[in-house]
Ligand binder design. Sequence first.
Ligand code: ADP
Length: 327
Amino acid sequence: MPKKHGARGDASRKDAAEATKLRGSFAHDSHPPAYAAWAGAAEWIEQRRGPDVAMPTIRAAAGVVTVEPGSPFNLAAVDPDLDGGLDKQDAKAMLAAERARIQALQERLYAERRRSLLIVLQAIDTGGKDGTIRAVLEGVNPQGCAVASFKVPSAEELDHDFLWRYHARTPGRGMIGVFNRSHYEDVLVVRVKGLVPEPVWRMRYDLINDFEHLLTASGTTILKFFLHISKDEQRERLEARIADPQKHWKFDPADLVERKSWDAYQAAFNDALTQCSTPHAPWHVVPANRKWFRNLVIARTVADTLEAMDPQFPEAAKGIADLKIPE
Ligand code: ADP
């Protein structure tokens, strides 16, 4: 029998109440006054629907800077040290609560199997993409989640249009997909290293916007996070990788060469953030010098986005409650 969708069953009502309770539990009492700003985040959520865009996208949650579509953007305007005035221990407790929301909502997204969420992570080397994935998605049902990490393209990938390899890894219905690096590399590293002529990478901004429009119009909500760290913070993280034998595997001497192009990367980031923040897929810049703040901001935005999508368990088959399983 085909599954029916859309109606909200008892189970999902209970689930939603549970999620609300979770939010409530850290919106009061035990958190510092700075939390007041955070508690207002829910009101900042706004559903925006373009004329033919089926999915809601989301306005900034507290702590995230959302790049206004059509306005020039400069990373220099965002302090990567921002921490919302929060205490690290409090932030960790809040992160656990956000994760619980994500886990409950992900189950509904998976059961509904009509839509998907794509989380795009971009950052300079050592920016914290791997750590973010670990912290935010811990405890999510692995069956409903797929991470794609994009490295230097293979010969086969280079034989196709630049979006080919990314399109193949977009999340299917019911799934949360994570792009660890993404199609933006083709206007970032490719531009900084001059891997294709300028007219070729220049036309990619429009092509990326069209690609993302196709995805959102087809049922995928896109959340794009740029993890913003300072040059000093990158030096400290590289030094930590050298100092700790357990981190040696993470150290790539090529990162030192790339570091020399810091300014060129910042210029490329600014252009990508400016050209490709659209109403259907806006860019969110996350102050990321403090890992615990970065994790909390992203987890909260993911949870708020899933909540705004409001996935529903499919309607139960008629009479299921009265069914008896034969011996
Ligand atoms: P990560 O730094 O993401 O943990 P790696 O150390 O394996 O992973 O680095 C992946 C490398 O692949 C990066 O240097 C990145 O610039 C490069 N890369 C990713 N996408 C492209 C692309 N489209 N063209 C060229 N290089 C790319």
